[in-house]
Structures are given as C-alpha cells and as structure tokens.
Design a protein around this ligand. Structure first.
Ligand code: DX5
Ligand code: ZN
Length: 223
C-alpha cells in the first residue's frame, strides 16, 4: 500500500523557502503541501499565488495547495497559473462548493475538499463522486506544530469505509499533527497521504532523517 508524504511548508524557513522545498524533494517527499491562509478564514496570513509561483521552479513534485481562505472561487485561476497541481478548498468556506470544484477540474488539475474537525463527513456526501482528494483536518486549521486530535482517527476510518464501499479512488489525506508516533494510527485507520509540517521542517534530526523516520514508523506500524 503506497503512503504518500506531503511536507507542509508552513513550518519551513520562509527566508529560504525554495531551498527547503528542493531539500525535501531530494529527501523523497511525494507532494509539497502549501498552506495558503488569508487572515479571515484562519487568523494567520501566509502566502498567495505569487508565493506558489516562486516555488514552482524549485521542485517537480505536485504542489498540493491547501486554500484556507474565504471565497476561494476568486483565486482558482491565479493558483492554477502559479503551477498548483492539486487545489483543496474548505467545505466551510464555499457557498457554491460544487461550482468551485467544477472550476478546479475544468482547469485540468486535481480537486480536493477539506473538512475541519467539527465538520461531519455528511458534508462530503454529494461531492465524493467528483473529488480527487478529501483532506481530513486532524488539527484545527491555522497553525503548524499542533497536536493530532485523537478523535479524528474514528472519522478517518469511517471515511475509508465509505470510499471503499463506494469503490471511489479518492485520495484520503490527513492534515495536522502528523508525527512518526501518530502516523501508523492514521494509516491504519485509512489515511493514504500524510501532511507533515513541524515533524519534517522543525525536526532536530533534519529534513531527510525526519522524512525517513515517518516512513519507517509507518512500515514498522504495519507489521
Ligand atoms: C494547518 C495546516 C497544516 C499544518 C500541518 O492549518 O493546514 O497543513 O501546517 O503542520 P503540522 O504537521 O506541523 O501540524
Ligand atoms: Zn494544510
């Protein structure tokens, strides 16, 4: 079973973001998770489409852009032009969610839908058939370095059951508080893409060793 790791740049050194992206690419990451925050949907402000465009040339990996912004429909075109390969919007931020997902897919890139810890899986019901990825937030959005919310493991397992029962090839990504300690539990529940920010970019063991440590914990956890 292939488990993908998507390091989140939120905990990277923003003064040398390109180099950090190149380093984590070389270390074997599968996606680069780019957390876009508008200061409205969540309090912090991070970077926009220009920031994503500046990262494009530093990696060949898919840019997994997580829009934690209100009215994402106004930004889709600029993030597509910036080189995003996956754009994830929040169910809680969209009035016309189906239209937003349609627009992302019409642009020829993958569409993801994220749900906050308090949002029920039922919010996904009508959208699952048209999604490429679902992101289960395992922390409350806005900050890196938070602790995994253990109640989300049951939610991941229920979603895995729904996807398998319906035979849907939708990627199940988990986002927030993923560490070598927590990763096996999330994978056992059914996660297939793990976002890891602080566990990679803020790890004292360095980026390559941190990435290896997460993969090792998963392979040992599966024995
Ligand atoms: C939080 C972001 C996450 C976060 C993950 O709002 O969506 O991607 O940066 O970082 P860690 O792994 O440090 O929780
Ligand atoms: Zn994220």
């Amino acid at each position: 079973m292939e488990i993908k790791i998507a390091p989140s740049i939120l905990s990277a050194d923003f003064s040398r973001l390109g180099e950090q992206v190149a380093e984590v690419t070389k270390a074997g990451a599968d996606y680069i998770h780019v957390d876009v925050m508008d200061g409205q949907f969540v309090p912090p402000i991070t970077l926009g489409a220009g920031g994503v465009a500046s990262l494009r040339s530093w990696t060949d990996l898919p840019l997994d852009v997580h829009l934690m912004i209100h009215n994402p429909e106004r930004q889709i075109e600029s993030f597509v032009r910036a080189g995003a390969n996956i754009i994830t919007v929040h169910a809680e931020a969209c009035l016309h969610l189906h239209r937003v997902i349609q627009e992302i897919k019409l642009a020829g890139i993958k569409a993801g839908l994220a749900i906050n810890p308090s949002t029920s899986l039922t919010a996904l019901d009508e959208m699952l058939p048209v999604l490429d990825m679902v992101v289960v937030m395992t922390v409350n959005p806005g900050y890196g370095g938070q602790s995994y919310i253990p109640e989300m493991t049951g939610k991941i397992a229920r979603l895995r059951q729904i996807l398998d029962h319906q035979g849907l090839a939708v990627e199940l990504e988990v986002d927030g508080g993923i560490t070598p300690k927590v990763a096996p539990e999330a994978v056992k529940a059914g996660a297939r893409v793990l976002v890891a920010g602080a566990a990679v970019f803020a790890s004292p063991e360095g980026i390559a060793a941190a990435l290896h440590h997460i993969r090792q914990s998963i392979s040992q956890g599966s024995r």
